[in-house]
Write a protein that binds this ligand. Structure first.
Ligand code: FAD
Length: 328
């Protein structure tokens, strides 16, 4: 069965988010071999349009302005997505399970009187339709859900749907017919406007999309204790995360918190340093492909979910690891 799927692509500070390419991969699966994938992009199609086409989109529909779709402008983003849905009448809409996706997907579903399945980590064919797997109870269990009618609204968790690469498409220009300006209903009718955004200093790599995360807990004993972790993260081209214990103790900013009440991450490699492994922390990182735990207590619960465990003092182990990795 062939379907028409719309992906709402997301830019962060002018850069196309990796999860949007992953959303195109998920959309391709839902569309079927002869189906169509359209990608909604904010602003001119240029290199971002090319990247979406190279990742498997058949065409790009775009809004006039670059900041039409973004976490700081969710009302406008919702409006743009609703306009695209109104014009294209897709069978399903796929977004990243990001701050923006979490904000607009339920509102879009409500407007369309549609069902929504959030935080999807796997999609499998099931008869004429699909089963969508998502974690529940803070990652302690998984459920499979299906839609009973279209349209479907789906958000996908980052790092679960590897982007596709269509041979030759990356170098192709966005051809006429592959890109179209979304016909907007005049001036956006917004009930709130963003007057300014005050940014906190953040790491170079977005935690939700990082391939490697080096995370620190109360065992790092202070803000200075994060320095060796940051060096290891840099050697691995990764990001630094933290437990709530470390955040509550004031060792680092809450923007680094991973867990049930923090960020949910799914990197290829997660290195937990001085973290005990409380269930609320595990809820945010158990989907990591490989988990390494460094803890001086051999009974620490983190070792139960770790693929590799190092019983030792993180202040000795982490610098040694960094040295070895730099040598490679
Ligand atoms: P601790 O439990 O104190 O563990 C520190 C670990 O460091 C110990 O295992 C110790 O052996 C080890 N250590 C000490 N020194 C060293 C050293 N030199 N070298 C190596 N190891 C060392 N927590 C989260 O992380 N994220 C959440 O989102 C979250 N949400 C929560 C929501 C609710 C409603 C509640 C009630 C709690 C939540 N928590 C969350 C808190 C959680 O229960 C734990 O309290 C917290 O995760 C503990 O942080 P920690 O592992 O850093 O600290």
């Amino acid at each position: 069965m062939s379907r028409h799927i719309l992906v709402v692509a997301e830019l962060r500070e002018g850069v196309l988010r990796q999860v949007s390419l992953e959303a195109v991969a998920a959309a391709r699966l839902l569309a079927g071999a002869s189906g169509t994938v359209s990608a909604l992009l904010a602003g001119p199609p240029d290199s971002h349009g090319q990247a979406l086409l190279a990742a498997g989109a058949d065409r790009v529909v775009h809004t006039p302005e670059r900041d039409d779709i973004g976490p700081a402008h969710t009302e406008r983003a919702l409006q743009a997505a609703a306009e695209a849905v109104g014009q294209l009448r897709p069978d399903a809409i796929v977004l990243g399970h990001t701050a923006l996706g979490k904000d607009i997907a339920p509102r879009l579903a409500a407007r369309l009187n549609a069902g929504q399945i959030a935080d999807v980590i796997a999609i499998e064919p099931d008869g004429e339709s699909f089963a969508f797997t998502r974690p529940i109870y803070a990652g302690k269990a998984f459920e499979k859900r299906m839609f009973t009618e279209t349209p479907w609204v789906v958000t996908i968790r980052p790092n679960n749907f590897p982007p596709l690469a269509r041979a030759g498409a990356a170098s192709a220009d966005v051809a006429a017919g592959e890109a179209a300006l979304l016909a907007t209903a005049g001036k956006p009718d917004l009930r709130t406007v963003v007057r300014g955004v005050m940014k906190r200093a953040a790491g170079k790599t977005d935690l939700a999309e990082a391939k490697v995360i080096v995370s620190g807990g109360r065992g790092v004993r202070g803000a200075d204790g994060f320095k060796p972790l940051a060096e290891l993260a840099e050697a691995l081209n990764g990001a630094v995360g933290a437990s709530r214990g470390a955040c509550d103790a004031g060792y680092c900013d809450y923007s680094l918190q991973i867990g049930q009440t923090g960020k949910v991450v799914t990197p290829e490699l997660y290195i937990a340093c001085g973290i005990s492994g409380a269930i609320q922390h595990v809820a945010g990182m158990s989907g990591s492909r490989v988990i390494v735990a460094i803890n001086k207590d051999p009974e620490a619960p983190i070792f139960k979910i770790a693929d590799y465990g190092i019983v030792g003092d993180l202040f000795e182990v982490v610098p040694l690891l960094t040295e070895e990795i730099r040598r490679l």
